[in-house]
Design a protein around this ligand. Structure first.
Ligand SMILES: [Fe+2]
Ligand SMILES: [Fe+2]
Length: 250
C-alpha cells in the first residue's frame, strides 16, 4: 500500500498559532506505526510569501519522508524557489514540477496568478502539461495543484477557484490519472474533474463554513476548527481510498 499524507494551507506567518497547528499535524504523522510514502502540501505554504516564512516552512516540514511542496495564491515564486526544495525548470513564475516518489509520479502544477487570489493556467502551462502527460508511466499518476476548478457553492470562495478550466479539462480527459489533489478552499472535499476523482485536503490554518452552516465566530474562516488532512491509500487493484482526518489538540 502506498500512502500519501495530503496536507494543505498551513499559511505559516511566523506566528505560534499557525506553527502550532501545522505541528499538530506533523506530530500526528510521526506517531504512525509505519511512515507514509510521501507528504504532499498543496499550497498556501506561507501566508505572505516572505523569505522568513519559507525558512519556517522548510524547518517545520523537514520530515523523515519525502515532502512535495507546491505554491498557492499566498505564495510568491522567487522566495519560494530560494527557500524550498522545489525542482522546477526555469526561474520565477510558474513553479511547475514533475516528481517521482517510489512508484508514483506527481505532476505538481502552479495554478497561482501573481497578485491574485483566483487560479489560472496559461496556454504555455497547458502545452507543457500536454508534453508531460504524453510520456507513459507505469505506476499511479497524481495531478496536484492549489486551486480546485469546481465551485464549492460558497459565494466568497467560488470567486477564487481555478478559472477557465475547460481547456485544462481537455488536457486531462482520458489520461491515466489516478486522482487530482488540491487545496485552497480549506475544506475536505470529494468531487470529480475531467472524469477523474478530485480530492481536496482540508485547510490546516483554518476551515471555511458553508453558507448554511453555523457561521464562524470571526467571519469567513473558522480558526478554531481542528486542522485536518487527507490520507490517500493506493493499493491496487482496489480503487484509491481517501480517509479524512481532523487532528484535535492533545
Ligand atoms: Fe489557503
Ligand atoms: Fe489559497
Amino acid at each position: 500500500m502506498y500512502v500519501i499524507a495530503h496536507l494543505s494551507d498551513p499559511h505559516l506567518d511566523g506566528s505560534s498559532v499557525a506553527r502550532d497547528r501545522l505541528r499538530r499535524v506533523t506530530a500526528y504523522l510521526r506517531g504512525f506505526s509505519r511512515p507514509v510514502d510521501v507528504v504532499l502540501v498543496t499550497g498556501d505554504l506561507a501566508d505572505h510569501g516572505l523569505a522568513a516564512e519559507y525558512a519556517e516552512v522548510a524547518a517545520e516540514l523537514a520530515l523523515d519522508v519525502p515532502v512535495l511542496l507546491l505554491p498557492g495564491n499566498h505564495d510568491v515564486s522567487a522566495p519560494l524557489r530560494a527557500g524550498l526544495p522545489v525542482e522546477s525548470p526555469g526561474e520565477g513564475h510558474p513553479v511547475h514540477q514533475v516528481r517521482d516518489v517510489g512508484e508514483a509520479r506527481f505532476v505538481l502544477l502552479d495554478t497561482s496568478v501573481p497578485g491574485e487570489d483566483h487560479g489560472l493556467l496559461s496556454a504555455d502551462s497547458l502545452a507543457w502539461l500536454s508534453g508531460v502527460l504524453a510520456k507513459a508511466v507505469d505506476g499511479p499518476l497524481f495531478m496536484a495543484f492549489h486551486h480546485p476548478p469546481n465551485e464549492l457553492q460558497h459565494p466568497v470562495m467560488d470567486q477564487w477557484i481555478l478559472r477557465d478550466a475547460e481547456p485544462f479539462a481537455a488536457v486531462l480527459r482520458d489520461k491515466p490519472i489516478t486522482a487530482i489533489l488540491t487545496g485552497h478552499v480549506h475544506n475536505g472535499v470529494s468531487t470529480t474533474f475531467a472524469g477523474h476523482p478530485l480530492l481536496v485536503a482540508p485547510g490546516i490554518r483554518s476551515s471555511v463554513p458553508l453558507p448554511f452552516e453555523p457561521a464562524a465566530a470571526n467571519g469567513l474562516v473558522d480558526t478554531e476548527a481542528a486542522p485536518g488532512l487527507a490520507l490517500h491509500l493506493y493499493a491496487p487493484p482496489q480503487p484509491l481510498v481517501t480517509v479524512y482526518r481532523s487532528v484535535p489538540s492533545t
